[in-house]
Design a protein. Structure first.
Lengths: 154, 166
């Protein structure tokens, strides 16, 4: 198959997050790319608030440079009943144990909320895909938008 | 190009769903590959409500198209959860018009056999997309009636199997 992607999507995380257990305080991740057991297993901080740790056992960027992070979040709910989740967002958390410039973000925090802005779990599950947005492309066409960088001449 | 994807994306569905008449509950059009809307928007004699779009996967495609695995395969010990662990879906609303924000803020999917018999292997052959503005179901049409108004001018949909690697 001809590959003409300017910036292909090569996910480092693909999985399904579901909330279950007594009083819905447990979450489980089925898929690939997220640590699933031990002290860095998926953590539910509260309703609709989850911290996930990228799996260091995978090839490629297991700690992602936040500007290049791309994520897709998709809610699974009951057919015919609107999901109450209308707000979905993510924060990339840089590793505090090493130089974040060198390591990048090895955790992500996902927040889901309803119309009132209150955290809420998905009705059924949450599909999660994370990839590096510029994988495989040379940055010759990159548009850098922002403040003027500090240029120091010798 | 180095391939380092932990789980690649190879879509089995890529398409655009619209309501050409622009009228809510109208006939759906699917432009793309890999799926088709349920004819007549009915399941049996029941009309599928506005805002609920049921697509049937195309069994003619290579790969695992047309049959979503219902449960985790080869799990030890065997498990029935989570249901449909593999499929991933991306849905993007198209604005009613340039510069006009969509009012559809509730988007979710469900996988099942809503209007077709379940195959012998138990696989799932359909995707139901539920769209709403707040709590009100709505079709992706620019003017969706009362309520809501605004809606959207169709939506883009991509479906793939999320975990193809071990």
């Amino acid at each position: 198959m001809t590959d003409y992607a300017a910036a292909p999507a090569q996910p480092i995380v693909q999985g399904l997050l579901s909330v279950r257990g007594i009083e819905s305080v447990l979450i489980s991740f089925f898929g690939i790319g997220i640590v699933q057991t031990g002290p860095f297993a998926p953590l539910r901080n509260g309703a609709g608030d989850y911290t996930l740790t990228l799996d260091p056992g995978l090839p490629g960027d297991v700690a992602i440079d936040p500007p290049f992070g791309r994520v897709l979040l998709n809610v699974r709910a009951t057919a015919g009943t609107p999901t109450a989740v209308v707000s979905k967002s993510i924060t990339y958390i840089t590793s505090p144990s090493a130089n974040p410039v060198l390591v990048g973000a090895n955790q992500v925090r996902i927040l889901l909320a309803n119309l009132a802005g209150v955290g809420i779990d998905p009705e059924n599950a949450l599909e999660i895909i994370i990839w590096r947005g510029d994988a495989g492309v040379e940055l010759v066409n990159a548009n850098i938008i922002g403040g003027t960088p500090n240029v120091v001449f010798p | 190009m180095t391939d380092y994807a932990a789980a690649g994306i190879q879509p089995i569905v890529q398409g655009l769903v619209t309501v050409p008449s622009g009228v809510a509950s109208g006939v759906l059009a699917f432009t793309g590959r890999g799926a088709l809307p349920v004819p007549g928007r009915t399941i049996g004699v029941t009309l599928v409500p506005m805002g609920v779009i049921v697509l049937t996967l195309d069994v003619g495609l290579p790969g695992n198209a047309g049959a979503i695995e219902p449960f985790p395969d080869n799990a030890i010990p065997p498990t029935l959860l989570p249901v449909a662990p593999l499929p991933r879906t991306l849905i993007t609303m198209r604005s009613p018009a340039a510069g006009v924000a969509t009012t559809i803020n509730s988007v979710s999917v469900a996988y099942g056999n809503f209007s077709v018999p379940t195959p012998m292997d138990g696989s799932l052959r359909q995707i139901a997309i539920t769209l709403a503005a707040g709590a009100f179901l709505t079709d992706p049409v620019p003017t969706g009636g009362t309520p809501p108004t605004g809606g959207a001018n169709g939506f883009e949909i991509i479906v793939w199997a999320g975990v193809e690697s071990p």
